[in-house]
Ligand binder design. Structure first.
Ligand code: ZN
Length: 192
């Protein structure tokens, strides 16, 4: 992390976002930020279709409403612009950068090789829906980073652990790890 303690104090959310983007996204992680209507637009429709099939139609909003990270490209929802970035958008950068780091680690430094390995583990171990050990492990690590980023970036906004718990146990991540008490215990122990 190269954002210094107090460095973002007093800045507007969009100014914070830009500083983090320059220093951490570009310089530290060699990653890029786009909105989903700026690049690879056909992919989001296909992803939305896959999500609807896997969740039996529970995911109703289009896939371009979510943040998605593919390799070292971070995509914010369609219509989103950095000049209007909010405080949650700042914390979300750390969540997504955590995935970029996970890809690099899995690919022995190669972000695209790692992304393919990540996808395999994320989707097929153990099951695409209902019991996905790696989806749970990868997402909880990313959520923990977002949690601490909110403090580190001097945000007034704070994430809610209840939201993390809901996401990891519900259709939002295709029931990654549906054991709510276990998920709750992990978050309360690791996000202080
Ligand atoms: Zn994630």
């Amino acid at each position: 992390m190269i954002i210094m303690p107090g460095e973002l104090k007093g800045l507007s959310p969009a100014e914070k976002f830009n500083r983090i983007r320059q220093k951490e996204v570009r310089t530290l992680h060699d990653a890029h930020v786009y909105a989903k209507d700026q690049k690879w637009t056909k992919l989001w429709g296909a992803l939305g279709w896959i999500m609807r099939v896997l969740t039996g139609g529970k995911v109703k909003s289009q896939q371009d409403a979510y943040i998605t990270t593919i390799g070292n490209y971070i995509f914010y929802p369609a219509g989103w612009r950095a000049s209007q970035a909010s405080e949650p958008d700042c914390a979300a950068l750390r969540h997504e950068l955590c995935h970029v780091r996970q890809y690099r680690k899995l690919g022995f430094g190669n972000v695209w090789l790692g992304f393919i390995i990540f996808l395999f583990l994320y989707l097929f171990v153990f099951l695409p829906a209902g019991l996905s050990w790696f989806r749970w492990v990868f997402e909880r690590e990313a959520y923990r980073e977002g949690w601490y980023a909110a403090k580190e970036f001097d945000l007034k906004w704070r994430p809610r652990l209840g939201h993390y718990i809901d996401c990891c146990t519900s259709y939002r991540y295709v029931w990654a790890w549906p054991f709510r008490s276990q998920v709750r215990r992990w978050f309360y122990k690791n996000c202080q």
